[in-house]
Design a protein around this ligand. Structure first.
Ligand code: SF4
Length: 381
């Protein structure tokens, strides 16, 4: 049973203890009945009250009860399979200026690159050989890639690898763009909502980037037919328990097919450089609650989680996550897609480190599978 220090915890909403324990459950703690009853109801589709959400998120109970319940739920829905996605970071240019992001437009120190169609196809070729059956094309909002160009890239990948899924993560675009790419064969789209509080959203983004438009994009994507992913940072500046409650309520209402949850990590070249990083324990808590609220959703154990703690990714999987996204970008550019400080992109975070990753995952009782790994959520719009 690993007992791990989480030094960032003092900054967390609700305050909490200093340890993360996965693999055991102390059923004798006071309040055990209360939390177990609430977790059970949550997994049955219950919508908690504000007060109950506050209790669940603040985590002043034995969190192992939560992690254990989330792991049970994941095993019930997806067994012990872990899906892998090959992450191809196609462009580090971005027209936006999100205050937390290392590749924001006004960071003149950021190194910029773009991958050509040939580069991207060669990443896919390498990835296919390694066993990847999903390719995630992610980039800043970069108008260099026209609607037609992206459609052409998607089409070529699908022609060469018809047994693979293509996920796009290219930010906010016009609905017509999303429609063209869907017709070209794109299966999934990731667009983190970042926070479901409008006021909070405005504090994380410059004027001109609106909460309403972000939410409209998400609704459009789902209506078009994409397996749609949203997500948020834990511990971002100005976030408290109320904002996390808003996130959980949004997830219950929107019912995304995928949810990416990672700790906020500051980047030294952004206005948020002085803020503390998000907490491991709070991130694990939000992952586990999400697994209970959306049993069939796909949840990655994010690179950010692996960045703040050497076993962060494994702990994420044990708390209900069931996806990992190793980096499949050309090694020469990996360090340049620097969203936050010390982002991991080597070792078992890299596609070439897949064997190492398989062993890490097997050591905690799961297995990496060669599978497209579609979400089992029904599409309801
Ligand atoms: S978070 Fe995304 S949209 Fe915002 S600046 Fe970074 S890459 Fe651009």
């Amino acid at each position: 049973m690993p007992v791990l220090n989480d030094r960032a915890d003092s900054s967390m909403p609700g305050g909490e203890d200093n340890s993360v324990m996965i693999g055991s459950a102390d059923f004798g703690l006071p309040g055990g009945e209360k939390i177990r009853g609430l977790l059970h109801k949550l997994s049955e589709g219950y919508h908690p009250s504000e007060q109950e959400w506050r209790f669940l998120i603040a985590g002043e109970y034995d969190r192992n009860l939560l992690y254990t319940k989330a792991d049970e739920m994941r095993r019930k829905q997806y067994g012990t399979d872990i899906y892998i996605r090959g992450l191809i970071e196609i462009s580090s240019y971005c027209k936006n200026d999100c205050l937390y992001c290392g590749i924001r437009r006004s960071n003149s120190h950021a190194q910029r690159y773009r991958l050509s169609k040939e580069d991207i196809l060669s990443c896919c070729e390498q990835g296919y050989g390694l066993g990847f059956r999903t390719f995630v094309l992610q980039g800043g909002e970069d108008a260099y890639y026209t609607t037609k160009q992206v459609a052409g890239i998607v089409q070529s990948i699908k022609e060469r690898y018809p047994d693979c899924a293509v996920t796009l993560s290219l930010g906010e675009r016009e609905r017509t763009d999303y429609e063209v790419w869907y017709k070209a064969g794109a299966d999934r789209y990731l667009l983190r909502h970042e926070t479901a509080s409008k006021e909070h959203y405005q504090k994380l983004h410059p004027p001109g980037i609106t909460y309403e438009h972000r939410m409209q994009c998400l609704r459009d994507l789902k209506q078009i037919g994409y397996q749609t992913g949203c997500g948020f940072m834990v511990g971002s500046p100005f976030q408290g328990t109320e904002e996390l409650i808003a996130d959980m309520k949004f997830l219950q209402e929107f019912r995304p097919h995928m949810v990416g949850i990672g700790p906020f990590i500051p980047h030294y070249d952004t206005p948020f450089r002085e803020y503390a990083q998000g907490s491991l324990t709070q991130t694990l808590t939000m992952i586990a609650l999400t697994r209970l609220v959306l049993p069939k959703t796909l949840i990655p154990a994010t690179t950010a989680l692996g960045t703040i703690h050497p076993q962060g990714r494994e702990l994420g999987l044990q708390a209900g996550a069931n996806v990992v996204m190793p980096n499949l970008s050309p090694p020469a550019v990996r360090g340049q897609y620097s969203l936050y400080d010390n982002k991991r992109c080597t070792g078992d975070e890299a596609a070439e480190g897949l064997e190492e990753l398989k062993q890490c995952v097997a050591a905690i009782g799961y297995q990496i599978v060669v599978d497209k790994g579609d979400s089992r959520m029904k599409t309801d719009v």
